[in-house]
Design a protein around this ligand. Structure first.
Ligand code: ATP
Ligand code: MG
Length: 426
């Protein structure tokens, strides 16, 4: 049959056969967030375009060329969210969460949308998990956020493949001073700048430092360093973060070239990177964005957070052989043709009540015992629960192990759950 509809480029269908690592990751995230006292936040997938222009910045790749923007029926410009820091801050302000002196620790997960060239670890609809803290200005909360991410990598057993890179961008004054020096320097070397960099020269010169163009590397390496423009206060902030990380047993590499793509960062920025995923090396990225909250209407409210791409974490889990097998049912319920569908359904319900954590698959549709056993084997179930007319009349059920050895046994229904437990414990 001809397939009439296909999914859009860069958007994936996640199917039952490959969902296991997603669920494993989601469970680990829920667990870690609870352990650190973060509360989940869910905001709309669509926001006014102006929110993203205001927060992410007009001169960023995201706003310049990656957003899915459209007019609604009244002509108002909307965008699918390309990230969720802006949406969370908007929601926190709108819902009165950011009273003076308040501290909020929140997290989110969900799809984000960016019109990019799809490749491994780069989708047009991709999923992020993010953690954000509003109301704490010091480096201790930055260390906490980094520890939270590290805890996740350890729980997923992918820590060995990840490196933490950190840098400081200083405060807005430091950055303004640095920007001036940098623009002067790049102007001296204008003939070496490529087209992208020339465009960034006026709008976002720090981003030029991020360029991967080999022809520009020597010039970039010799560019003035932000470090020399930092105030004593900014230096102190960063030095304390480094101490806190060291005291917490977290190894960090200082990367003076790490500037991050978004306009709203100040002071600390960091990335967890890997060499296992080709050019999509950034797995998790974050930093402090004190100015953003004020820009969106919260007075004097510092903010800091990170986000990671779930596809990249799963690709890494996959590469390292840490993805779980798809989950198979525990019990497959079948009946002989003397047993009605109502009776075998009732048995399946009974077993689900007795074994509330088990996955119990009911064979709908009948068929010969041979074909039912074939279906049971194909499902990967560990046990079959079988009833015939005789068993039905006497309140019995037959338990047959399908994986490995073990005798089948016929026993009262009331003892089925216990027998399954005993066999699992063996
Ligand atoms: P990159 O440099 O890879 O484009 P970015 O700086 O645009 O990343 P952020 O906006 O900081 O990324 O988003 C945080 C994380 O979200 C990234 O580190 C990455 O893991 C993930 N991510 C970003 N864009 C995509 C995408 N198109 N597909 C899948 N994951 C993505
Ligand atoms: Mg990007």
């Amino acid at each position: 049959m001809k397939t009439q509809f296909t999914r859009l480029r860069g958007m994936a269908d996640l199917l039952p056969a490959t969902i296991a690592p997603w669920q494993r990751l989601e469970a680990a995230v829920g667990h870690a967030m609870r352990a650190y006292g973060y509360g989940e936040m869910r905001t709309p997938l669509i926001e006014r375009t102006s929110l993203f222009q205001r927060s992410i910045g007009e001169a960023t790749d995201i706003v310049e060329k990656e957003m899915y923007t459209f007019s609604d029926r009244k002509g108002e410009s909307m965008s699918l969210r390309p990230e969720n820091t802006a949406g969370c801050v908007r929601a926190a302000i709108e819902n009165g969460m950011l009273q003076p002196g308040s501290v909020n620790r929140v997290w989110y997960t969900g799809p984000m949308f960016r019109y990019e060239r799809p490749q491994l670890g780069r989708q047009r609809q991709f999923f992020q998990v993010g953690a954000e803290v509003y109301g704490l200005a010091g480096p201790a909360v930055e260390a906490e956020l980094i520890l939270l991410s590290a805890r996740l990598w350890r729980e997923l057993d992918i820590m060995d493949a990840l490196t933490l890179e950190i840098n400081t961008l200083g405060d807005p004054d430091d950055r303004a001073r640095y920007r001036e020096k940098l623009v002067a320097y790049f102007n001296e070397h204008k003939s070496i700048l490529d087209e992208d960099s020339l465009r960034r020269l006026d709008r976002n010169p720090l981003r030029i430092l991020d360029s991967k163009n080999p022809a520009m590397q020597d010039m970039i390496n010799a560019a003035p360093s932000l470090k020399d423009s930092l105030s004593d206060e900014s230096r102190g902030h960063f030095a304390l973060l480094c101490e806190l990380l060291e005291a917490s047993g977290i190894k960090a590499t200082i990367n003076p070239r790490l500037v991050r793509g978004l306009d709203y960062y100040s002071h600390t920025v960091f990335e967890w990177t890997t060499t296992e995923l080709g050019s999509q090396s950034a797995v998790c990225a974050g930093g402090r964005y004190d100015g953003l909250l004020e820009q969106l209407g919260a007075k004097n409210m510092p903010g800091v957070g990170w986000a990671f791409g779930m596809e990249r974490v799963i690709a890494l889990m996959d590469k390292l052989g840490k993805t779980a097998a798809p989950s198979a049912p525990d019990v497959f319920v079948m009946g002989t043709d003397e047993v009605s569908a109502a009776d075998s359904l009732a048995l399946a319900e009974y077993i689900r009540q007795q074994l509330p954590n088990a996955s119990v698959l009911h064979n709908t549709g009948g068929g010969s015992m041979k074909s039912q056993f074939r279906k049971a084997d194909k499902s990967g179930a560990a046990f079959a629960a079988i009833i015939g007319g005789d068993e039905l009349a006497k309140g019995l059920v037959t338990l047959k192990p399908l994986l490995g050895g073990g005798e089948q046994q016929t026993l009262p229904r009331t003892e089925f759950a216990e027998a399954v437990q005993n066999r699992i414990n063996e």
